[in-house]
Design a protein around this ligand. Sequence first.
Ligand SMILES: [Ca+2]
Ligand SMILES: [Ca+2]
Length: 227
Amino acid sequence: MHVHSLWNPWEQWFTRQRQEGKSKRRKGRARVERDTGLPGKAGPSGPKGKKGSVGEREPTGLSGGQVTQLCYHSELDRLKTQVRELEAQLKVLQATVRKAQKVLLFPNGMTVGEKIFKTEGSEGNFETSKAVCSQTGGLLASPRNSAENSAIQQIVARHKKMPFLGINDIQTEGIFKHLNGEALGYSNWASNEPNNSEGKEDCVEVHSSGKWNDRSCAEKRLIIYEY
Ligand SMILES: [Ca+2]
Ligand SMILES: [Ca+2]
């Protein structure tokens, strides 16, 4: 009680100071409000403005699907380039193989496309010729077009011997077929052939001109096989 009364004048002084401070701050605010004024109510809306011009469209971002498609096209381009390179390499390889075949086959063989015609110089009748060719894993030469016939003709010219072809009319007179029963799509008969002379000619020999003649299958001819 005694302490309280001792400090009482100080408390009174502090209270006075606080009140004076508040009063000054109130006056300061009032002055500011007088100078600036409080914002009034919003006015009525103005007239509608003119429509603006159309702006340029910003590039849009890519969707997930578009990104996948982009990757796919990029991969496709890479593969196309690879295929072109491989094709070029393949052409070089094929040319090299053709050259090597030509060298290795000369003078006993010829290549036409993927087909190889070859002889070892031996002779035999039609049945023997067929058997020998089969033993080597090939077939008796049987041209399907003029290029193949020309290849056979060149072997004939080099060896100066005629061969039998894998073509005959043994089964049905006058109906010549390949050994596998295939009908003739290409033929190169000499004039007036096939004539089945003396009723004995069921096999086909090739002259140095490349022309064909039906002849007895019992004759011995150069064996040319094809692979
Ligand atoms: Ca005949
Ligand atoms: Ca004949």
